[in-house]
Design a protein around this ligand. Structure first.
Ligand code: ATP
Ligand code: MG
Length: 574
């Protein structure tokens, strides 16, 4: 493709709102244009990248025996009523929904469990037809509260979603294992560095679920990893071994102490320098919301630990938790913020504890009275230990649960998510098949998503430098860029054409910069769009000599034009 004949417009200025490099570079290079927050035009170069990712996704799914279909983006409310998800998605404000001309409510699909379950219902009727795995690549719609980071978090984005149907939990686990390999193959072939991590399965609880994270400091997800044991989990789900709390020297009776203006553990340490943080128990107040109600929840936790609100939300099986506001804190504790404790809270508060409080003796806790704390408190003696759950946030330096290694916190971009759903949707939507005995059974399902457009952005987060993008060869918009130094120079034109034709004949995609402009601008643009291999056709064209100038990781070399094809093929083989 000659650049002079194509729509190729680059910009010098970065968009003012770009918080990450992939966003800034894609806009500057003309790959995307923002139409509204989180809504983009994918320009021709971007679309080539997305199609390449899609091709890899298709090939790997097809190879594993999955079948492609296409479901509608527009979905009727009734289907979502069947699964019981309508109200939740509306309450979460993630769903685009509206009334059609006939007064019927519809939504733009954020995901397709309902439609696929409905499709399979009455179509797969016997165990003999199982297992099945169906997938599509399609635009998804989610009214994200904070659309940002360019293609990383759009309100309209390209997703591949697959759904497996099995006769049993074991079958589901086997289908899931196949998909885990499919995902590894896909991201390896895309040329990105990634880590599969254990993921939060939400209210489904113990269901197996893994996310595929592209390693990047700019990633929105924090991941707990251990280089020794290989443990890797999203911090939303991660667990660690918590050090044992130090024992008090002697058991004494509980007593109330004045603690003027001491609202934090730090303030309290100044007052009680001999009391270790592990024996200071915080009581944090949250407001939890369910569809039909809300409640204040007080959560106790060791002074050296933090609460993970995702775990708390799962334990409560509620829609959301947020820190209680000052007014609420005052109302339920009768004290200023900073003095909440387990003793003497308002009756309608649900008291819970994180597992870190277990075994802590002779502790300090808030007095539910301004400027007051209790000291030398014991569970069992002074109060019952409240309902206790594993609610803690894993911290860097924690030991792994098996005690064999140490946890580090790194960051990643979630590009894929695989999930065992069990019979959640098939039961809710009464979608069943006849087993060997002719008895009706609900399907065991799995769902598997890949953010196609997010994967492209993640590849740039991982591959860029000051000059611009650096595409991995398998998903680069073109494989080779020919930079012709002088437009109109006969020898250069002739050699560039020859190389172009020779490479294209081998299925190698060539972008040919034949524009009438200075070499400096051409090199800048070549750096910006990041085509991995580059050939400069310049002064020595008459001698059939060109410069071989890879985008990164290689020396600039003068080579014979006759060797270009071999060089390109060697890069593909590497
Ligand atoms: P996140 O936690 O980032 O909001 P999610 O867990 O809600 O994502 P899934 O429902 O698991 O997302 O969707 C499958 C895949 O789709 C994700 O792994 C991600 O790669 C991609 N994806 C999800 N939301 C977006 C978005 N707003 N923009 C681009 N890609 C997205
Ligand atoms: Mg996810």
């Amino acid at each position: 493709m000659k650049i002079s004949k194509s729509l190729f417009v680059t910009k010098k200025e970065e968009p003012a709102d770009a918080e990450v490099r992939s966003h800034a570079l894609m806009v500057r290079a003309g790959f995307i244009q923002q139409i509204a927050a989180g809504i983009y035009v994918y320009g021709p170069l971007m679309w080539r990248v997305l199609r390449k990712i899609e091709t890899i996704v298709r090939e790997e799914h097809d190879r594993a025996g999955c079948q492609e279909l296409l479901m509608p983006a527009l979905q009727p409310r009734e289907l979502w009523e069947e699964s019981g998800r309508w109200e939740r998605y509306v309450a979460d404000k993630i769903l685009y929904h509206f009334e059609d001309g006939r007064g019927r409510e519809v939504c733009l699909g954020p995901t397709h469990e309902e439609v696929i379950t409905n499709f399979v219902k009455g179509r797969i009727t016997s165990y003999k037809q199982l297992p099945q795995n169906l997938y599509q690549i399609q635009t998804k719609f989610r009214d994200e509260t904070r659309p940002r980071f360019g293609l990383m978090r759009g309100r309209e984005f390209v997703m591949k979603d697959a759904y497996s149907f099995d006769a049993s939990a074991e079958g589901m686990a086997a289908s899931y294992a196949v998909m885990r390999d499919v995902y590894r193959n896909i991201f390896t072939r895309c040329g990105v560095r990634f880590t599969p991590v254990e993921a939060d399965a939400g209210a489904i609880g113990d269901a197996a679920s893994e996310e595929f994270m592209v390693d990047a400091d700019t990633g929105e997800d924090a991941i707990a990893v251990c280089r020794t044991t290989g443990y890797a989990a999203n911090t939303e789900k991660a667990v660690s071994k918590i050090s044992a709390p130090p024992e008090p020297e002697a058991e004494v009776a509980m007593h109330k102490e004045p603690t003027p203006a001491a609202k934090s553990c730090e303030d309290l340490r100044a007052l009680f320098p001999d009391l270790p943080l592990e024996r200071m128990l915080k009581t944090i107040l949250y407001r939890a919301t369910w569809l039909d109600r809300d409640q204040v929840v007080a959560v106790m936790c060791r002074g050296d630990r933090e609460i993970n609100t995702i775990k708390l939300q799962n334990a409560l099986d509620c829609l959301a938790v947020e820190l209680a506001d000052e007014k609420t804190v005052k109302a339920v504790t009768g004290a200023a913020v900073g003095f909440a404790g387990p003793i003497g809270l308002a009756d309608d508060v649900r008291l819970m504890a994180d597992a870190s409080v277990e075994g802590v003796k002779g502790f300090l806790c808030g007095g539910n009275e301004t400027d007051t704390h209790y000291l030398d408190v014991y569970f069992g003696r002074d109060l019952e230990q409240p309902e206790t759950h594993e609610l803690g946030l894993v911290q860097s330096g924690d030991a792994t649960v098996d005690g064999e290694g140490t946890i580090e916190i790194t960051r990643g971009i979630e590009v894929g998510h695989i999930f065992q759903l069990g019979t959640k949707y098939s039961e809710a939507m009464d979608c069943r098949f006849a087993d060997e005995n002719g008895k009706l059974q609900p399907f065991h399902m799995g769902c598997y998503g890949i953010g196609v457009s997010r994967t492209a952005a993640a590849a740039i987060e991982q591959g860029h430098d000051d000059g611009g993008m650096i595409w991995p060869l398998p998903i680069a918009p073109y494989h080779v860029m020919i930079i012709q130094m002088r437009a109109g120079d006969e020898a250069q034109e002739g050699l560039a054409q020859e190389l172009h034709d020779q490479l294209e004949a081998q299925g190698i995609e060539v972008l040919w910069d034949d524009r009438k402009m200075g070499a400096g601008g051409k090199f800048k643009d070549a750096d910006l769009v990041g085509i991995p291999m580059r050939v400069v056709v310049g002064r020595d064209a008459a001698d059939r000599k060109v410069e071989w100038k890879p985008r990164t990781g290689g020396e600039v070399e003068v080579i014979s034009a006759d060797d270009v094809l071999a060089r390109v093929q060697a890069a593909f083989d590497a």
